[in-house]
Design a protein around this ligand. Structure first.
Ligand code: BT5
Length: 258
């Protein structure tokens, strides 16, 4: 993967500008800085290796060289939107690119893509504010392509996998996978406010109809049956007292109940 091969493969898509790095701290940091310098809508920062890749709450995201896709898209929203819908859009795009390869992805709300119950990709959304308005949204996506992208066991709270492991053979070139993700992203972005987006997302939600536990910040975890999504992309559960509970997008973590 290099700047030329990326530009060539992505030339048929309507995106902004592209910055490629052999190695970088975090593509999200570069994208956040670029966003404040008036980057065009749908500009992309992509790196072969990240040395300071970040997950949520400053958790580490592992991106060794020649193994994964790590990139950040800069969005300049023309109208206000729920950030949770943007996470859904990103998750759906990664999921659809996995489906193109014949895999059966599930989205672990809010930001993980699972293959065979293991995490194959994660999303980190960050915003640049201008007063009270969102100036730009940076959508960081990390996708484990080759087996070498899977972090060591001690690094993980949730099992991880890669496209190569799930396919059982060499995956397509990373440029090609990126093309599919972006193609799907552009398709669904035009439908960001639609019911169809929520429907498509809900159809592949992991643990639907199962008991899950959701941890939100410092509060006690919530346990309930995962019912589906609200129209803003929030998660709907039913607790043991048959009461509906809405979990809003934020720093939450979800897992199957023990
Ligand atoms: C995420 O956070 O899943 C968001 C990951 C976003 C990464 C992209 S790469 C491009 C862009 N630039 C960045 O710096 N970040 C974005 P979270 O849900 O907090 O999950 C983080 C946890 O996932 C860590 O604490 C590890 O346990 C685990 N983890 C780290 N690297 C992993 C990997 N490659 N595959 C699977 N799990 C991983």
């Amino acid at each position: 993967m290099n700047e030329n091969s990326l530009k060539k493969t992505l030339s048929k898509l309507t995106i902004g500008d592209l910055r490629y790095f052999d190695s970088i701290g975090s593509t999200n940091d570069e994208a956040l800085a670029w966003a404040t310098e008036n980057a065009r809508d749908l500009s992309i920062v992509i790196a072969d290796e990240q040395t300071q890749g970040r997950g949520r709450l400053n958790r580490k995201w592992f991106t060794p060289k020649e193994s994964a896709l790590a990139f950040s898209l800069i969005l300049r929203p023309s109208a206000p939107t729920h950030l949770s819908r943007t996470v859904g859009l990103a998750a759906l795009s990664i999921a659809e690119s996995c489906r193109t390869l014949g895999l059966a992805p599930r989205i672990k709300w809010p930001n993980d893509i699972l293959l065979n119950g293991k995490k194959a990709a994660g999303i980190l959304i960050e915003t640049v504010w201008s007063g009270e308005d969102v100036d730009s949204v940076v959508v960081g996506m990390g996708i484990n392509v080759h087996s070498t992208s899977i972090p060591p066991q001690e690094f993980l709270q949730f099992p991880a996998t890669s496209l190569e492991d799930e396919l059982g053979k060499a995956p397509p070139a990373r440029e090609e996978i990126l093309y599919n993700v972006l193609n799907s992203f552009i398709h669904w972005r035009a439908r960001l406010e639609s019911d169809d987006l929520i429907k498509a997302w809900e159809e592949i939600l992991a643990f639907r109809g199962e008991q899950v536990q959701v941890k939100t910040g410092s509060e006690n975890p919530i346990t309930g049956e995962l019912l589906g999504l609200e129209s803003d992309g929030s998660l709907r559960l039913r607790n043991a007292h048959d009461k509906s509970i809405i979990v809003r997008f934020g720093d939450v973590s979800l897992r199957p109940a023990a």
